[in-house]
Design a protein around this ligand. Structure first.
Ligand SMILES: Nc1ncnc2c1ncn2[C@@H]1O[C@H](COP(=O)(O)OP(=O)(O)OP(=O)(O)O)[C@@H](O)[C@H]1O
Ligand SMILES: [Mg+2]
Length: 781
């Protein structure tokens, strides 16, 4: 190669790309992935926990399968055909040989690996580079000359390396900023994220004990006596309970949940006290007392980060933590990182509690004060229907009911004057709630969980979960001064006894979640990555120390993927994706998408728009399908309210929507009050609301139940899911399709069919779509 050519070639390659190959500094701990697949006790099934053991060795390499290459056009180089003019045209066959020879060079692979290109990335980068070289009309002059020289024997195949690396870094921009990405995703000292809390010396009091031992009660006594305080609870209902209790005690208290902000001051000024769901607590407002309830939730795979944030970040002179004794040592250890001492107050159960020696076996053996716990809505329907067939009334509580309906059902059950003496509930009642239950009856001991592959599977409940649920029996404040627990089925009872006899595994890790700022910084480095991909790369790069794990972000990614195609700025996109959405509800997901689309068009989501979207006003439910849809609409309105607190201008009609939601809650309450009528109406062959000659579903299913877990009845009373049922009815039964969506689909198919049949009308639709597209473009501009 001539000197001139050599100078030209090298001048095109940056110094860094030439031969100063940086190596990643060895700074941090060894990271090990522990996969507690069957760790039922700590409820972490399916969650990867990362533990960093010590400092001083290299960081864990990121998962490069997450690196999505940025597509590059095969266009002409800026310097046009200078390379061609300075040398000769390149012969493709020869080029291919040279390139493939380069690919096989072990030395090159090793050099590239030092730059972060592992075998997978090396291969991908090479394919892209080869395509670039062979398909680009005019290569950059430097590359053209180097390739020409190699082909003529005047250069070595290794001379390709800097150009190959330059290309690799263009398609994998993360390679050029690995250190920065590692630094941004360094989650090793979360205590330092809260400078306000670190600026004061906080006192921690841990109220430890079994369920129903007065932990929350004692913490709340101190909270009530303080000049200012914040209560952080795991459920909206618990926040409501404390909000009401505090105001009843004559201490003005506000309520803050994701969807609701109630200021008791008539002029809307903030009170000294606030009861909130834990995700909503402020870590910048100073309080005298803060209460963090159910601290064992800090290890929750999805929500644990909220407890970690509250514990490390709340700015209060006194932090009262309530929860299982299994968390004491861990909380003490966490507090060493902040230099704060923990004072432990231990409590005993206020009322006795016993595991019975016999299962209930038949619904004929139910007694007043019984609560049957199921882990599926279908079982709730089935059992409440069977109870009704026996001429008894029952209340039902499950997760997707609106708070007003849950409270109304709880009130009905708690009311000694009400004839309803039996409750059928999911584990939605499992935390902190005070209900008048004498006996907890587990209808099943298995619960659907998502495993580490993201698949749904059934797993036996953990000791902690079983204790929480059993702890609802014989509450100190109720009329029953003794609690009992048993199972519906004889063969489940030994399993329950075994679960309850185990000690709760000590808590060992706390959840963390990347912040919007961290993701924004990541996006700055990787502007072409999708939000879900950014999150994946973040988690892959992140470093946590042994006390923490990164929370499961699957729901976040699910939402991020759903709206990836909608043009939104990153901050708005991030906020949308943190919305608490049940992804199993299709109507809610569709609404989320529509909200995001409307938002991206900069068109405020008005009350009228929302009413049109949910077809308000809605009628009383006639059957279970209607009820399920109403629950979904309630969640859609919740989503509106949630977003209205984050984007007030774009969701301007929160007050009107809240009014409608209250009305809807009343309609749902009414429906649930007569839920057995709705179930009856959903049954096949229902004539005039009766079920002629119905066999006893209990006897139908109990004989084939596997041990340890199947529900009393696995079949929905609605009769869906039979061998002959259609795909659409199966989808409806599985909650993947609502009857309304089914109808909409049918309408759309019918329209499509008629359009396909009429070519003339096709043209008009086409032009309409075109107009819409043009309008969209105009708006975006
Ligand atoms: N000293 C007390 N005086 C009056 N009522 C009390 C007292 N201690 C507890 N209670 C009442 O007993 C019931 C159970 O108490 P609390 O909710 O504090 O229990 P807990 O230990 O927090 O239970 P869980 O683990 O289920 O949350 C509540 O209704 C509470 O108001
Ligand atoms: Mg409590």
């Amino acid at each position: 190669m001539s000197l001139n050519r050599c100078m030209l070639a090298l001048s095109r390659v940056t110094v860094q790309h030439r031969f100063t190959l940086r190596t990643v500094p060895a700074t941090t701990g060894v990271h090990k992935w522990t996969i507690p697949v069957q760790s039922q006790e700590n409820g972490l099934c399916g969650v990867f926990q990362r533990r960093s053991i010590s400092s001083g060795s290299s960081p864990r390499p990121p998962d490069t399968s997450l690196f999505v290459p940025v597509s590059r056009k095969t266009e002409m180089a800026e310097d046009g055909s200078v390379g061609l003019e300075l040398s000769q045209p390149l012969e493709k066959g020869e080029l291919l040989k040279v390139l493939n020879k380069f690919y096989k060079r072990k030395e090159m692979q090793k050099l590239a690996a030092d730059q972060g290109l592992d075998a997978r990335l090396f291969h991908q980068a090479f394919i892209s580079f080869r395509k670039h070289v062979l398909e680009t009309n005019a290569l950059s002059a430097d590359l053209h000359i180097v390739l020409h020289d190699i082909c003529c024997g005047a250069g070595h195949v290794d001379d390709i390396y800097p150009y190959f690396m330059r290309h690799a870094k263009q398609i994998f921009p993360m390679l050029d900023c690995m250190d920065d990405l590692r630094k941004i995703s360094d989650l090793r000292v979360p205590a330092n994220w809260y400078p306000e809390a670190r600026a004061i010396q906080r006192k921690l009091i841990f109220h430890a004990g079994p369920t129903n031992s007065g932990k929350t009660y004692h913490a709340i006594q101190r909270y009530l006596a303080a000049k200012s305080g914040v209560y952080c609870g795991p459920l909206k209902l618990l926040a409501h309970e404390i909000f009401e209790k505090t105001n009843d005690a004559g201490v003005p208290c506000d309520l803050v949940t994701g969807e609701e902000r109630t200021f008791v001051d008539p002029e809307g000024r903030q009170s000294g006290h606030v009861a909130c769901t834990i995700e909503m607590c402020s870590v910048t407002t100073p309080y005298e007392v803060a209460v963090i309830d159910e601290i064992q939730m800090i290890r929750d795979p999805s929500r644990g980060w909220a407890w970690t944030r509250a514990l490390l970040g709340l700015c209060a002179d006194e932090i009262h933590v309530c929860g299982e004794p299994a968390a004491i040592n861990f909380i003490k250890e966490l507090m060493y990182t902040t230099g704060e001492e923990v004072e432990v107050h231990n409590y005993e159960r206020l009322t006795p509690f016993s595991i019975l020696n016999h299962a209930v076996e038949s619904l004929d053996n139910l007694k007043p004060g019984d609560c049957i716990v199921c882990f599926s809505k279908n079982d709730i329907y089935s059992i409440s229907r069977q109870i009704e067939l026996k001429g008894k009334e029952c209340a039902v509580i499950y997760g997707s009911l609106p708070p007003g309906t849950k409270l109304a059902q709880a009130k009905k059950f708690n009311d000694p004057e009400d004839p309803c003496k039996v409750l059928v509930a999911t584990d939605a009642i499992g935390m902190g709630l005070n209900l008048s239950i004498k006996r907890i009856i587990f209808n099943s001991l298995v619960k659907p969980v998502v495993n580490e592959k993201g698949e749904k599977e059934m797993a036996t409940i953990s000791t902690s979960q079983a204790l929480q649920i059993a702890g609802r029996a014989g509450r100190f404040s109720s009329i029953f001064k003794e609690g009992e627990v048993t199972t519906m089925h004889r063969d489940d009872l030994p399993v329950l006894k075994e679960i309850l006899s185990r000690t709760v595994d000590p808590i060992e890790t706390a959840g963390l979640h990347p912040t919007a700022e961290q993701i924004e910084m990541f996006a700055y480095h990787l502007p072409d990555a999708s939000l879900a991909n950014l999150l994946d790369i973040f988690v892959s790069f992140s470093q946590v120390d042994g006390l923490y794990f990164v929370c499961n972000i699957d729901d976040f990614k699910f939402l991020a993927d759903m709206i990836q195609h909608i043009p939104l700025n990153l901050r708005a996109r991030y906020v949308f994706c943190t919305a608490p959405i049940n992804k199993k509800q299709p109507f809610l997901c569709t609404s989320f998408l529509k909200f995001a689309r409307q938002f991206s068009r900069d068109e405020p989501l008005t009350f009228d728009w929302v009413c049109r979207h949910v077809s308000w006003p809605l009628a009383m439910p006639k059957n279970i399908k209607d009820l399920v849809h109403l629950e979904a609409v309630h969640d859609v309105l919740d989503l509106y309210l949630w977003l209205s607190y984050r984007f007030m201008d774009m969701f301007p009609d929160a007050n009107l929507v809240r009014e409608v939601q209250k009305e809807l809650d009343t309609i749902i309450q009414e429906g649930v009050r007569s839920i057995t009528r709705l179930i009856r109406a959903s049954e096949p062959h229902a004539v005039g609301g009766t079920l002629p000659g119905s066999p006893n579903p209990q006897s139908r299913t109990t004989s084939s139940r596997p041990r340890g877990g199947k529900a009393l009845s696995q079949k929905s009373p609605s009769g869906f899911g039979g061998a002959n049922s259609s795909l659409s009815s199966k989808l409806v039964q599985d909650g993947l399709l609502t009857p309304q969506l089914l109808e909409q689909l049918q309408r759309e198919w019918a329209t499509k069919l008629s359009k396909d049949a009429a070519p003339a009308s096709k043209t008009s639709t086409g032009s309409k779509t075109q107009n819409n597209k043009t309008n969209m473009k105009k708006k975006k501009k």
